[in-house]
Design a protein around this ligand. Sequence first.
Ligand SMILES: C[S@@+](CC[C@H](N)C(=O)[O-])C[C@H]1O[C@@H](n2cnc3c(N)ncnc32)[C@H](O)[C@@H]1O
Length: 330
Amino acid sequence: MNTTIDLKSQVLNLLKDESSTTEIENSIYTIHQHFHEVLDIPNFDESIPNLAAVSTSKGKALGMNHAAKCLFDYKRTVKFLKGMIAAIKEKQTAHPNETIRVFYAGCGPYAPFVTLIAQLFRSDEIQFDILEINALSLNHAKSLISGLQLNDYIGEYYQDDAITFKIDQEKQYHILFSETLDALLFRECYVPILFNMLPQLPDNIHVIPNNVQVNMNLSLMSMTNEGYKADKTETILDARQSVSEHASVESIPERLPQRTVNVKELNIEDYNYFLLDTKVNVFDDIWLERNESSLTIPLEMEIHKPFDFSKMVFTYEMKDAIELKYQLFE
Ligand SMILES: C[S@@+](CC[C@H](N)C(=O)[O-])C[C@H]1O[C@@H](n2cnc3c(N)ncnc32)[C@H](O)[C@@H]1O
């Protein structure tokens, strides 16, 4: 039997600036319980199919249980909700009386950026097409959307790989949503998805998250110190810039152009710590800050002296595995 909760008021709780962390955690917990009551499954069990990552044409897509747990990445979920609402409102202002069309690539089993967002808009205001590579996740998302009586909000469901998917050119999307990333853009498919999708979408499409950068910081103090401050910062990778600079719209490169940092010129030996930081720009001025989410956990290393290298060369590989690598050169 389904308990009735006011899903809309739980979503509004998440959006209130004055909501405490505990209130936000409670609302997410209540929403999660409700989703499982609607699905009529107390929990997703820890079976191998539920846990297994799915291979894509480049990296890996999260196993269903891991995708489900993203809902509990509280600050992420709240900031992405806020970003999505801001993007929808901006598009509504730019296109009055039009239905705002969203392409949602990678919905997981709860499709939260449909099931929660739909509480705030009518189905003639917003429509979603949903794509997900993991059949288990997609099937649960369909059941949940249906159980929540949100079918009116959905155009199409596709079980497919967002890295190779060809968008129906008849469709005019306003927003691309794809939270398919991890810290340091490791393993997951956000960058190749942008390479595939953006050339097929209008130039003024809003993308959520709008961009991801990986920065390299040099500092005297460790990030574990209160008041940590980077003394020098260099951008190693900028996802949107990389896509816009790629000459071919037909193919996805096997790797991004290498980024060489002349660390001797940066006087690396004057510093004690080297940190790689993932900066997620959700939308407009909404940023996921360092350590606010699993997506922004930094990697810090101590700089051992003497440091006999003058250059660091960073390569973002996207062939068989997706990962950022670096090499040191004298
Ligand atoms: C991090 S989870 C996020 C789930 C949900 N959207 C949320 O924000 O809570 C990413 C989802 O994208 C899917 N995904 C990842 N790469 C994909 C790809 N190349 N094509 C289609 N789906 C993909 C995964 O299977 C997973 O369900």
